[in-house]
Every structure is written in structure tokens, then in C-alpha cells.
Ligand binder design. Structure first.
Ligand SMILES: [Zn+2]
Length: 127
């Protein structure tokens, strides 16, 4: 989060003056090279957009925005933890699987063995 490089200087903390051959301390980050979000009076409105995240689920079986956000059964919770800890899955895949778990629970009331196996397989690193 705080590794965001300063956009004015590109992260090196200074601005080269091509004409004079001098370099001055970046006024934006004050030489730290990091983007200073706290600078008062300067807001990057294009970046900070609160609470307007589109949950675009293409081809997924994600639970609706009003559905539960976490599994309710012990098996489901355990499975979700495995998915979250998986090194074989990308973040979006994890989210998709989590949604699948929740969705499965809501239709079956629990996680079936077949379903557990299916998710296990995906959460495991490919061989
Ligand atoms: Zn800077």
C-alpha cells in the first residue's frame, strides 16, 4: 500500500531539470519517492473511488451481493481456508471457488463429498 511510487518523480525522489542539468527534490513526495496521499489539498480523484466496485462475475456461480460472504458449515469453512491458502490459485480463482462453496452450501445445506473433492483438487498445486 505504501509502496506506491510518487507519480511526479517516478519514485526516485527528485526531478531532473533537463535544461539546467540540475536535479531538485521532488515537491510531491519531498524526496521520499513515495506517493504522498496525505498531502492536504491534493487528491487524486481518479484513483480513490470508494465503494463502487463492480463485482463482475463472468461465467461464475457467485452468490449475489446479498448472499452470505463466508461458508456456514465446518466443512465449507475448512475448504475456504484451504482455497485461501492455496498457492496454485490466482486471487480471482480463489474468489470464484469461495463463491462456489457458499453457493453449494446454500443449495445443498452442506458440502457433499464430491464437492469437497472437486475443490480440493483445484486448490492443490498442479503436478
Ligand atoms: Zn516525488
Amino acid at each position: 500500500m505504501d509502496a506506491d511510487p510518487c507519480r511526479t518523480c517516478g519514485g526516485d525522489g527528485r526531478i531532473d531539470n533537463a535544461l539546467g542539468g540540475t536535479s531538485a527534490r521532488c515537491p510531491s513526495c519531498h524526496g521520499t519517492g513515495r506517493r504522498a496521499e496525505l498531502t492536504s489539498g491534493f487528491h487524486d480523484v481518479t484513483k480513490t473511488k470508494p465503494s463502487h466496485f463492480k463485482s463482475d462475475v463472468s461465467g461464475g456461480t457467485a452468490a449475489g451481493p446479498k448472499g452470505p460472504k463466508a461458508p456456514v458449515t465446518a466443512e465449507g469453512a475448512q475448504l475456504a481456508a484451504e482455497v485461501a491458502a492455496s498457492t496454485a490459485l490466482a486471487d480471482d480463482a480463489k474468489q470464484r471457488l469461495l463463491a462456489e462453496i457458499i453457493n453449494h452450501e446454500s443449495t445443498h445445506g452442506r458440502c457433499t463429498k464430491t464437492f469437497l473433492k472437486k475443490i480440493h483438487k483445484q486448490a492443490r498445486p498442479a503436478s
